[in-house]
Design a protein around this ligand. Structure first.
Ligand code: FEO
Length: 166
């Protein structure tokens, strides 16, 4: 059984994961319309991953006797100045999500909910991977000039196709 505090913060995370999925979907659409097909593919895949994250929270809360609440999702931004700004926003968002996952760990410790603490560790590791992947993309963007953006976009596709975790 979840404590009230643990249940409350897990329910809050459903909304954050749903928004992450929505945000990356909006970014994917922007990238597609801006001619960045590789980036769009990467973002569509990220959006699906975030949807899976949301489902994990819904299932876990219900499994542990809590009540999952499916929230309204706010509208993500529509436009980005350029591809660099877009990835900076992804990075900022993932750091924010890492912060909320760490808060969940903190509440689990406070309430001595070691089972949920154990369960949430998958997300702790996932966030390390996601931050690392986006940081790698930003580093690549910093290394290339604007004229090489086409090659960058192709490179992002190959990162997904070869199974590199991005
Ligand atoms: Fe599910 Fe990338 O946070």
């Amino acid at each position: 059984m979840l404590t009230q505090k643990v249940e409350k913060i897990l329910v809050t995370q459903i909304e954050k994961e749903a928004y992450s999925s929505h945000l990356y979907l909006a970014m994917a659409s922007w990238a597609e319309n801006s001619g960045f097909e590789g980036t769009a593919q990467w973002l569509y895949a990220q959006s699906e991953e975030e949807h899976m994250h949301m489902l994990k929270f819904v299932a876990y809360i219900n499994e542990r006797g809590g009540k999952s609440i499916i929230p309204a999702i706010k509208q993500p931004p529509i436009d980005y100045a350029d591809i660099r700004e877009l990835f900076e926003q992804v990075y900022k968002h993932e750091k924010y999500i890492s912060g909320s996952i760490n808060e969940i760990v903190g509440i689990c410790m406070e309430d001595k909910d070691y089972s949920t603490n154990n369960w949430i560790q998958w997300f702790v590791n996932e966030q390390i991977e996601e931050e690392k992947a986006v940081k790698t993309i930003i580093d690549k963007l910093n290394l290339i000039g604007a004229h090489s953006l086409y090659l960058f976009d192709k490179d992002i596709v190959s990162m997904r196709n070869t199974g590199t975790k991005v």
